[in-house]
Ligand binder design. Structure first.
Ligand code: ASP
Length: 307
């Protein structure tokens, strides 16, 4: 048993530098990250399980409009929200995920219900929304999810005729944790990329890509250009390097992010191991991130030079 519980969270990676964010955006994001760390830490400090901590932390970020998940999610080409989320428990590698859902207030909790109350791993679209209602998952509508800035972003994207999201100022959210018993877990939640269509699904809800947890190795949550993270199988690849090559977390995370970059992608990952060790690695100018551990208060950072 380890008493070194730790929780690491992210709120997306991208072209985030001091000139891009307003003071309100900077402060609002930091405050939300801190609240998410506190929510997860409350679980872990009371001998709770890492799977409960990552869900609690992600729920806070899903409810906060500074990030691209649930409330404040980016919009599809048709101006709708299609939300993706996943959660995985490193104890037994049980996992649940949803893609293209639009009625659960907290998609990570819906993913948790898929894991705990269905024989499946990944549910999509209308079927997943039906499952949410059957499971009495709290519902929300467009008035909750859609914030004006995302409408403006979609309009700007359509004008630029660039269908792919290049403005990743507010990103996907995720959490990884190791609890006092040395069990790891990961969760990720996102609206995907602005202007997505044709039922596009990114890496976040795909187990082994944007989300992965295995007590034999580590837990991983990713953010970035999802297509490249899928092709690199980021979560599983980091875990495999740790498990089979015995690499330290930082070396494994850096190597796999270099692989993403070599394919033409960008973004970042957060990783925790069963000894309570934790790292992040990103190829972008910034990544919203934070960490709290037994005996160490919450700290948050946005820009690359913040350490
Ligand atoms: N990885 C997410 C996706 O491709 C987007 C992000 O991290 O901002 O859906």
């Amino acid at each position: 048993m380890s008493t070194n519980w730790t929780l690491v969270i992210h709120g997306g990676a991208g072209i985030i530098n001091r000139g891009v964010l307003t003071p309100e955006q900077d402060e609002g994001a930091r405050a939300a990250l801190t609240r998410a760390l506190e929510a997860g830490a409350a679980v872990l400090a009371n001998d709770g399980a890492s799977i409960d901590a990552v869900e609690a932390a992600v729920r806070v970020l899903e409810d906060d409009p500074h990030f691209n998940s649930a409330r404040g999610a980016v919009l599809t080409f048709e101006g709708k929200v299609e939300l993706d989320a996943a959660i995985m428990d490193g104890r037994d590698r049980s996992a649940g995920a949803v893609a293209g859902v639009s009625t659960a207030r907290n998609p990570v909790t819906l993913a948790r219900a898929v894991k705990d109350h269905s024989p499946h791993v990944l549910l999509t679209g209308a079927g997943a929304d039906t499952f949410a209602r059957e499971q009495s998952i709290e519902q929300a509508g467009e008035d909750w999810f859609v914030v004006p800035e995302r409408r403006a972003q979609l309009a700007a994207m359509k004008e630029s005729a660039d269908w792919f999201d290049v403005d990743m100022k507010y990103g996907t959210v995720g959490a990884v944790a190791c609890d006092a018993h040395g069990h790891v877990a990961a969760a990720t939640s996102t609206g995907g990329v602005t202007g997505k269509r044709w039922g596009r699904v990114g890496d976040s809800p795909l187990i082994g890509a944007g989300t992965y947890a295995d007590d034999r190795a580590c837990a991983v949550s990713a953010t970035g250009s999802g297509e490249f993270f899928i092709r690199e199988s980021v979560g599983h690849e980091i875990g495999a390097r740790v498990r089979m090559l015995g690499e330290p977390l930082q070396a494994a995370a850096d190597a796999v992010m270099a692989g993403v970059k070599a394919l033409g992608g960008s973004g970042g990952v957060i990783v925790t191991g069963p000894a309570g060790d934790a790292v992040w690695s990103f190829t972008t100018e910034g990544m919203y991130r934070g960490q709290v551990s037994a005996g160490a208060p919450p700290r948050v950072a946005i820009y690359a030079d913040e350490g």
